[in-house]
Write a protein that binds this ligand. Sequence first.
Ligand code: ADP
Ligand code: MG
Length: 352
Amino acid sequence: MKVAPGSTIGIIGGGQLGRMLAVAAAQLGYKCHVLDPDPDGPAAQVSAQFTRAAYDDLGALKAFGDSVDVATYEFENLPVGPLEVLGDKLRPSARSLAIAQDRAKEKAFIEQCGGRVAPWRAIATAEEVNAAAAELGCPVVLKTRRWGYDGKGQAWAHAHEQAASAWSAIGEEPAVAEAGIDFFAEFSVIVARWADGRHALWDSAQNEHGEGILRRSTVPCSDEVAVQVAEAREAALRIAEALDHIGVLTVEFFASRDGPLVNEIAPRVHNSGHWTIEGAVTSQFEQHIRAICGLPPGSTELVGRGAVMDNLIGDDVNRWPALFGDPALHVHIYGKGERRPGRKMGHVTRVL
Ligand code: ADP
Ligand code: MG
């Protein structure tokens, strides 16, 4: 399926990832149609068309599907069933989403693909939480199977006695228990894959998190991380292949003393790839549009020596006068009305 410039790309989800996809699509000559329940979201502000609808509104999804030439999603917490009305216009497919949005399915799938993950158990009852904490040892982190992001839906037990309170902190929902990993760094592999199996990879960013939220991504990564990238890329490519993924796929890794462990996958462009907008010849956003439209891959080479991307979280965005005052800084502000603590409001990138 080749989708020519002038066509309309549907984007399900109206956040900042949708906004940056729409900007990239516009540059290539496409129009975007965003579907989201919130009419004032970041993506709707920069798109030609907008449908305000719930993600499970079948009638709205059907009309949306009829109005676009290809559709994609920028958000993982969508019910998968209703997406079927989009048929093969949906890229990546609903299967990539179904696996990535359920932490237990995700981990089992990664292991099937030969990727290594932290020791884990699926848990659904207090007894299973207890058994998992005993078998995995502490510290252990409980993560709801679904609906988590930016560290939400997670609770740690640093000692066995805390297992019950961690279980109640995550709402006693079906979850995974995961051994705490004493990693020395985190990094990500971002791959774009085409329907015919072609793929493109960017240099891996080293990622620093605070309170479960990405704070900074740096390219190039440190030397001790760099030696793990080849193995990580192999795992990421096997996962992309097994999903028959079309578009961008992100795989987050813990760099442990035993080598790279997959933390999680995202069937989409990713915060740790925002540096590619100015730091690489082709950004993750443009590449995603190229891949889902069947255009050839763009170069993923670095423009300079690398880049540093810092997120603007909550009140960080109030620093905008000083940020704009630094002439070398690329400032991105997402146009979110409400400034909440922990909310990603924008980011800044410095090309090195
Ligand atoms: P989210 O979907 O919210 O991004 P993650 O599973 O990626 O959730 O967790 C967010 C962050 O929490 C990770 O990037 C890492 O810093 C920390 N973390 C998560 N799981 C573990 C673990 N098993 N061991 C150590 N740190 C972890
Ligand atoms: Mg994560």
